[in-house]
Write a protein that binds this ligand. Structure first.
Ligand code: GCB
Length: 593
């Protein structure tokens, strides 16, 4: 799905700011048609932000069900005769949207955009009412899954993943205008032959006007380096400046629809990083060079705004990644805001892009969170309907992120049950789908400890092995000697598979400022020794091609006996101050720089 843009033929208007907002605890709003007028009894809430923590009110924080957002916007007068689209960059976890009294969109899944052509509902110069009902309930048929319990005290949301169920309008909302004959999709795939870069492009367009497609590729200085005609083709760039980790060099492809007189009907700008990605034997190659992933599993998480996108945190987090010597991160455990990928493209930071399938493992969650026991994959729990929701989430992820050079792998789940025949049956078609949607990027999923080597029935479907392991934390707690041996043994077993291994999680909860002479769990000293132990193990196994510490920063979770004000495995605190481990990682990750 293309982004809203300002180009010579397109304009966009951001609708971020304060919206009218209210909870709907009795789910009255849909039948009472709250969209049809000013939202009754509303307060004001920021967009983008999770609504949970902005009010000093536990009822809002813990609300289960519908909330309503409403705003009014003036349609620019210059948009006469244009196609006008309303776009939500996300609504967590699902939404229905009305313009005036007309329902225009309905979307399932909290982390990908959706939009509606609203041209016929607005007149340029007029004010228009936009209403969204956003629902945060998780069920076995949602990604991620959960269970809503109807208790005498009200609805309670249980879920199987370890981050707070923040909800609301987490990202920008836009009105944008395009010509009525317009570019509707662009796909770019890059390759190289010697020093020549190849840019294969495919353009889709819609609308009635006769047109042809012209493309112009410009370098970072704006010089034209290649041009092409037609809806698809291949451009050659002599002596190409490749996109590479640490060198986010971008070309820009201008896609134009041109009429018979040569006039431009529409112009869309697509950034292009020329690079290749390949798994060969136990290596992960970017531009033919072995790449070693250094970085983190992250979260979109900060105080007050929750999962709300924030420019300042974007720039600051990338500055910290650079400071510490990280070259990559995983968008654990859901697709992040578009702006994050744009920034990674420009900074030359590598991304493992993950869909929101986290917690399809009720056995694990039952143990960790004290929930009830269920069977993960069954007709009553994660079933064929869930798989279709999961498949759609993968389609939307690939459609949104396919052109980002920073994205080098699709991660189609985090720690699902993967040691049962049912799990293999569930995942086989999803791997096939992802490869069909994008044959150019490796596919994987993050494996969890109970599906260890020899037990996991899904790992062979992936191009790389992605392991989340907590030797020295959840097992061998406090005993780093035993942990080192056990970890080494398991890793050597995985190495016999002949695939590259990325350690996608290893970490220890650490309370900033808690110190001890002896390496005692929860202290800063223990986190340092824990990481050092892991690094010794990784450095002894050739197949390990990357290490992503869990987590970049402390983050909010649901309450529980194992969580003190959230998950404390951050190398930075939630407000992004370094723990001692940050300095250790900086030494390790910058030593060859
Ligand atoms: C995991 C999960 C991650 C948790 C982490 C932990 O394996 O993938 O979401 O936050 O462990 O800290 O327990």
């Amino acid at each position: 799905m293309l982004r809203p843009q300002d180009t010579s033929t397109r304009e966009r208007k951001s609708l971020t700011g304060l919206w009218e907002f209210r909870l709907d605890p009795t789910r009255a709003g849909r039948s009472a048609r709250w969209f049809a007028d000013s939202l009754p009894d509303a307060v004001r809430a920021p967009v983008p932000a999770s609504y949970n923590d902005v009010f000093a009110d536990a009822t809002v924080r813990d609300h289960v069900g519908d909330v309503w957002y409403q705003t009014t916007a003036r349609v620019p007068r210059g948009w006469e005769g244009r196609r006008v689209v309303l776009r939500f960059d996300s609504a967590t976890h699902r939404a229905v949207v009305w313009v005036g009294d007309t329902k225009v969109a309905e979307h399932e899944g909290g982390y990908t955009p959706f939009e509606a052509d609203v041209t016929s509902l607005l007149a340029p110069g007029d004010e228009v009412r936009i209403t969204a009902v956003v629902n945060n309930e998780l069920s076995f048929q949602s990604i991620p899954p959960g269970i809503v319990e109807d208790t005498p005290q009200g609805l309670r949301q249980l879920y199987f993943h370890d981050f707070f169920n923040y909800a609301g309008l987490h990202r920008a909302v836009w009105l944008y205008a395009t010509p009525t004959t317009y570019v509707s999709d662009v796909t770019v795939v890059t390759d190289r032959h010697g020093s020549t870069g190849l840019v294969r492009y495919a353009v889709q367009s819609s609308g009635d006007a006769d047109h042809t497609v012209q493309v112009t590729l410009r370098d970072a200085e704006g010089r034209t380096v290649a041009t092409g005609d037609g809806a698809g083709g291949e451009l050659s760039v002599g002596d190409a400046h490749l996109w590479a980790p640490g060198d986010g060099y971008l070309y820009e492809l201008e896609v134009e629809l041109v009429d018979a007189e040569g006039a431009t009907l529409d112009s869309y700008l697509q950034t292009v990083g020329i690079r290749t990605v390949e798994v060969r034997g136990i290596q992960f190659l970017i531009n033919g060079e072995p790449f070693y992933f250094k970085g983190f599993g992250k979260h979109e998480d900060s105080a007050v705004r929750g999962k709300g996108y924030d420019d300042a945190f974007l720039v600051h987090d990338f500055a910290l990644l650079d400071w510490i010597g990280a070259n990559s991160f995983r968008t654990s455990h859901y697709p992040y805001a578009d702006e994050v990928y744009d920034y990674a493209d420009r900074e030359g930071v590598v991304i493992l892009d993950e869909v929101a399938a986290v917690g399809q493992n009720v056995e694990l969650a039952g143990g960790i969170f004290g929930g009830k026991s269920y069977v993960t994959f069954s007709p009553e729990t994660v079933n064929d309907v869930s798989r279709e929701v999961h498949a759609q989430a993968i389609r939307e992820l690939v459609a949104r992120d396919k052109n980002h050079p920073s994205v080098v792998l699709w991660s189609i789940a985090n720690e699902p049950e993967s040691q049962t025949p049912e799990s293999r049956e569930y995942f086989e078609p999803l791997f096939a789908l992802t490869r069909e949607l994008d044959p150019t990027r490796p596919v994987g999923f993050a494996n969890f400890a109970l599906a260890s080597h020899g037990k996991c029935l899904v790992s062979d479907l992936g191009d790389v092995l992605m392991l989340n392991r907590y030797y020295g934390w959840y097992v061998n707690t406090g005993d780093l000697v035993a942990a080192e041996q056990a970890w080494q043994t398991e890793l050597e077993a995985w190495a016999t598979e002949g695939k590259p291994i990325i350690i996608t999680e290893y970490g220890a909860d650490t309370v900033a400022g808690l110190h001890s002479v002896a390496p005692v769990p929860w202290t800063e000293e223990y986190q340092v020794e824990y990481l050092e132990m892991n690094h010794r193990v990784f450095d002894r196994v050739d197949a390990v091609v990357g290490e992503h510490v869990w987590n970049f920063a402390d983050f909010a979770t649901m309450s529980g006996v194992r969580r003190v004000d959230g998950n404390k495995k951050g190398v930075f605190t939630r407000d992004r101050r370094p723990k001692a481990a940050a300095h250790l990682l900086r030494r390790r990750w910058t030593r060859d720089a």
